[in-house]
Design a protein around this ligand. Structure first.
Ligand SMILES: NC(=O)c1ccc[n+]([C@@H]2O[C@H](COP(=O)([O-])OP(=O)(O)OC[C@H]3O[C@@H](n4cnc5c(N)ncnc54)[C@H](OP(=O)(O)O)[C@@H]3O)[C@@H](O)[C@H]2O)c1
Length: 161
């Protein structure tokens, strides 16, 4: 099964401010739902706290260093390796859905990156990682008009052998 990374960034690569996503864009969450539905989500504990509940129709794996941490209907992992092996055991597509710390540690494991760029610049303190594009090729691009226009791009890792 492929490992997908799913993220939305502003044009200045901001993905978050504190625990919040610093924009409201109509339709963008629907796109996230379409991409991830039926799969297994891996997310950091801070991102889970900001969502506050498991998302319907998807298994949630939360990564935390806290050995006592538990959430109803979620699986808990204490490293990225553990998260990826729990996800592999689910036998469904795996979607790494943030936030910044988790993207940084997992971009090297991603086969596919679904990256939506919101066409605005916003203030924030959490960023999408830099310097990954040379390992990936653009496979799909789709423009959306909304209260803030956005572009979805799907990248696949370039095979080397
Ligand atoms: N725009 C988007 O697409 C998008 C998507 C998701 C999130 N976000 C935003 O991103 C921000 C959150 O990102 P963040 O970087 O602050 O936090 P995060 O990546 O969501 O979570 C970080 C937490 O994950 C745990 N963790 C990370 N690496 C670990 C490891 N190797 N082993 C064990 N635990 C590990 C730690 O939890 P403990 O502290 O419990 O040990 C750490 O504090 C929010 O603003 C959110 O809204 C944006």
């Amino acid at each position: 099964m492929a490992i997908h990374l799913v993220a939305a960034q502003a044009e200045n690569h901001v993905i978050g401010r504190g625990i919040e996503i610093p924009w409201r864009v109509k339709g963008e969450q629907k796109l996230f739902k379409q991409i991830t539905m039926g799969g297994t989500l891996i997310m950091g504990r801070i991102t889970y706290d900001s969502i506050g509940k498991p998302l319907p129709g998807r298994k949630t794996i939360i990564v935390t260093s806290n050995l006592d941490y538990a959430q109803k209907d979620c699986l808990i992992a204490h490293s990225m390796e553990e998260a990826l092996s729990l996800a592999a055991a689910q036998d469904k597509e795996t979607y790494i859905v943030g936030g910044g710390e988790i993207y940084r540690q997992s971009i090297e494991n991603a086969d596919v990156i679904h990256l939506t760029t919101i066409h605005t610049e916003v203030e924030g303190d959490v960023f999408f990682p830099a310097q990954w594009q040379s390992d990936f090729e653009l496979k799909e691009e789709k423009q959306f008009e909304s209260n803030i226009n956005y572009t979805y791009r799907c990248y696949r890792r370039i095979k080397t052998n």
